[in-house]
Ligand binder design. Structure first.
Ligand code: ZN
Length: 556
């Protein structure tokens, strides 16, 4: 199993399916040995993106841009098509971070998402780390409004100690018993501002193995599917520690796993974000064992899938009261503004420069957020601004020494390029204003990666104080700005990151370019779509080469 290449598998799968499709017609339940096909469609991290939106697809560094990809109406078409091609049965699963990430989602506390989601007839979903953004009560309300169950094995009601959601679901399709287990990010109370998750306690991954054993031994399932929202870089090592998981549907890091990641006998996959892609997984099960499998990540490009008119109508109705606000123009861009890069991005250069200008500081910082599909050339609207910055933060200013900036960058590099995948955090670097130049070598040891740091073209002076600004995160220490600790003279301004961008655009529109990239790694391309997938690719190539060396040794 482990050694199947995908291409080889597909051929085997087609032959196998063609041959057993007829043979299966007189369904005999007792015949466990007969191969049976089951399928799953997977989306994750929709982040409030109800409608088709500008999108960037890439193969290696070659970017292809589309103006109207994705959207729940297009997901509906794709899922209907996938389902009709799979009469044996297909479960439709959402990996979480669904109700937050856009203006309409924020303005309705997620409720704008409900009707369009219900039109998809999903089979189940799990909560993401942003599920708590409107408070735990509101998430429970949203969960009761959608027409599919929410599962999570590790969220307890703090007051009662009881599980808030069912930990797992058992479903049977085509005579195959499937255990679906939900696991959300246990670090929600520290990743999100702590007040958001008040009332809930999150448990670590230790809860999973006993539940997998229960699914296998008591529920007698044939297949175990773990659905998690902890990020691909944590999902992969977690899978290797668990016994009895067949498939791990991962979410949170918005990774596009065109090829599944092999972990022992299990596959780990993630399906991008913003409703731009749907993953489809086909398994062939015989005698309680998976004998064949195939994964495909389907790009919901405009030409490939028309919008489902009924779902589109539902979305139009839901958005109607918000259209005026969404369409309000705040600027204009002649270039694509994008955020799909580990290093510098055009969207964050604009935001960091806006923060710097608004706060009148020497340096501005933008978080390494993963939110927001690209913004295409044309008007920049309030809807775009809320996609870029779905959480409105007050601006916080203060001072830090050059040495603190140097330490800050070393910490950022370790978060993103640590040689230990379990230490990876976030996966994207913070983005400074364009007057900062950061040069580094990601392969150097922790604490020694920074090669040069300049502000306004001059090498940073470790002893000098510099003024800086960033959005103030609720619950962070008073003397912290972004992840820079022990800042001096900190102050929260009566002005938000949104105000900063609006003011900036009122002065600087048209956006013709966003300056040069302030982050430069000397051993990596400036455009790096995913640090973790690059890491996996390098590791696989390394192992393959090791294998070749061994082969040639034994041959000799
Ligand atoms: Zn997430």
């Amino acid at each position: 199993m482990k050694t199947f290449s995908i291409a080889v598998f597909s051929v085997i799968a087609c032959v196998a399916l063609a041959s057993f499709a007829d043979a299966e017609t007189p369904a005999v339940d007792a015949d466990k040995a007969k191969p049976k096909r089951i399928s799953f469609a997977f989306v994750n991290d929709i982040h409030g993106q109800l409608e088709p939106h500008p999108e960037l697809f890439w193969s290696d560094d070659d970017a292809q841009r589309e103006h109207r990809a994705g959207g729940l109406s297009r997901i509906a078409t794709a899922m209907d098509q996938l389902q009709s091609e799979r009469p044996h049965g297909m479960l439709k699963i959402d990996g979480g971070d669904t109700f937050q990430g856009s203006g309409p989602a924020a303005w309705t506390k997620g409720e704008a998402m409900v009707d369009p989601l219900n039109a998809l007839n999903l089979d189940l979903a799990i909560p993401g780390n942003w599920s708590v953004v409107y408070g735990t009560k509101q998430f429970q309300k949203l969960s009761s409004m959608v027409n599919y169950p929410m599962i999570a094995a590790n969220i307890l009601d703090t007051a009662t100690g009881e599980l808030v959601f069912e930990p797992y679901l058992v479903k049977e399709i085509n005579g195959v018993k499937i255990g679906l287990l939900g696991f959300t990010d246990p670090d929600v109370p520290t990743r999100q501002p702590p007040h958001m998750s008040e009332g809930w306690t999150f448990q670590q991954a230790e809860v999973l193995q006993p539940l997998i054993d229960k699914l296998r031994n008591t529920e007698k399932v044939d297949v175990v599917v773990l659905v998690s929202h902890i990020g691909l870089h944590r999902a992969v090592p977690l899978t290797s520690k668990l016994q009895g998981v067949d498939v791990h549907l991962s979410a949170d890091t918005h990774e596009r796993t065109y090829e599944p990641i092999d972990v022992g006998d299990a596959w780990v996959v993630e399906a991008g974000a913003f409703g731009t892609l749907v993953g489809v997984l086909d398994l062939v099960v015989a005698d309680g064992k998976i004998v064949d499998r195939n994964w495909e990540l389907i790009e919901l490009r405009e030409k490939a899938f028309p919008e489902n008119p009924e779902v589109k109508k539902t979305i139009d109705e839901v958005l109607e009261p918000h259209r005026e606000r969404m369409n309000r123009e705040i600027g204009h861009t002649d270039i694509w503004l994008e955020r799909y890069n580990v290093m510098s991005t055009s969207m964050d250069r604009l935001i960091a420069d806006a923060v710097k200008e608004s706060a009148k500081t020497e340096v501005g910082l933008s978080n390494g957020y993963r939110f927001s599909p690209p913004t295409a050339p044309g008007p920049i609207t309030e809807a775009d601004l809320w996609n870029w910055l779905p959480i409105v933060l007050d601006l916080k200013v203060g001072t830090a020494t050059g040495q603190q900036f140097m330490d800050y960058w070393e910490n950022e590099f370790e978060n993103v390029f640590s040689s230990d995948p379990e230490r990876l955090y976030g996966g994207w670097l913070a983005r400074p204003s364009t007057n900062m130049d950061v040069e580094f070598n990601s392969t150097d040891p922790a604490g020694e990666r920074l090669l040069s740091l300049k502000v306004d073209g001059k090498p940073i002076d470790p002893a000098r104080n510099y003024t800086l600004a960033a959005g103030a995160r609720a619950g962070q220490p008073d003397d912290q700005i972004h992840r820079m600790k022990h800042c001096k003279s900190t102050e929260t301004l009566d002005r938000t990151t949104h105000d900063a961008v609006r003011n900036y655009l009122s002065k600087h529109s048209d956006i013709l370019d966003t300056g040069k990239a302030p982050l430069h790694c000397v051993v990596r391309p400036d455009v790096l779509r995913s640090q973790y997938l690059a890491f996996i690719k390098e590791r696989n190539e390394h192992e393959k080469n090791k294998g070749h060396d061994k082969d040639s040794e034994t041959d000799e």
